[in-house]
Design a protein around this ligand. Sequence first.
Ligand SMILES: Nc1ncnc2c1ncn2[C@@H]1O[C@H](COP(=O)(O)OP(=O)(O)OP(=O)(O)O)[C@@H](O)[C@H]1O
Ligand SMILES: [Mg+2]
Length: 343
Amino acid sequence: MSSVEVRNLSKKYGDFTAVRNASFRAETGSLISILGPSGCGKTTTLRTIAGFEDATAGDILLDERSVSDVPAWRRNIGIVFQSYALFPFMTVADNVGYGLKMRKMGKAEIVRKTNDVLNRVGLPDSNAKYPRQLSGGQRQRVALARALVIEPAVMLLDEPLSALDAKLRDEMRFELKKIQRQSGVTTLLVTHDQEEAFTLSDQIVVMNNAVIKQIGSPRDIWDNPNCAFVADFIGIENILPAERTETGVRIAGREFQAETDVSSGRDVMAAFRSSDLELAIDEPGHFAGLIVGEAYTGSDNVYQVQSDLSRAPIILKTEKSLRLSGNISLKLPADRIKILERD
Ligand SMILES: Nc1ncnc2c1ncn2[C@@H]1O[C@H](COP(=O)(O)OP(=O)(O)OP(=O)(O)O)[C@@H](O)[C@H]1O
Ligand SMILES: [Mg+2]
């Protein structure tokens, strides 16, 4: 197993920069996700680590050693591609054993290792089947098995679950975590699904427009997104332009107490979750709202509330059932407001 370090990596295609000065590190045995929207440079980063692309600048280190001059096939990296393309005319066993055959391993050894890894991914009786005879989730496991069988020091997974429907994706998420824990292989997972990143990762690297915006544990990023992009991407519903003051922020002329430990300038964004707003009556700092829309999402009621904080309605989530067109009074507790740099 290896640690993986990406150091000041840039990748250009002609004049276009797909990855700009990216640095992050995955400790040995950990699972790190690269999370970001389509086109932000996730696959490019992964392909460069794998050695399928040359870095324009910067370096890739496996176990503290630069591999920039090591060809892809010698990096001992297992890969599951974004479209996990199995060989359609090969059986499951042949698909899985392919990498070992390429490495000139003996037949008996290939059979033993193939059986072992298919067991581990929960497909013990599928050796003779063809990919078309398998479900999406089963094919996904074959792709995983094919990457795992070479006993890689590092595994790169590019959106490995995106082709699956929601229920199967949830199941496979647990499987993936289990397999990763058991094999102890350092894993880089690319995804645009924040829930996937949050449930699976030790560390998350959030990217946008070729640039890393934030790196942290799921907890860090959930509690302290560092910019409006990250806050929005992880689903914080209310993000409003604000000015920093001595004691907090001013949103649309109204003062709110908040913790102000960012080094950003006067113009910031103030963010708060829909569940952080409290219904209040005549408490200090309360403000008025009018319910202009409603949506029911399972156990909570979600409302659009027009207030003087912003032109667009803010979003309120509450256990209480409120009346459309009703007037309410809201409070925003000081410790719930996140002050973010504008981006
Ligand atoms: N071979 C290439 N030549 C030119 N541009 C490329 C090439 N590969 C990728 N790009 C561009 O680089 C940018 C990043 O692409 P990349 O595939 O890394 O995105 P991604 O984050 O993986 O997106 P997705 O979530 O859609 O897979 C995109 O704008 C893409 O068009
Ligand atoms: Mg991609």
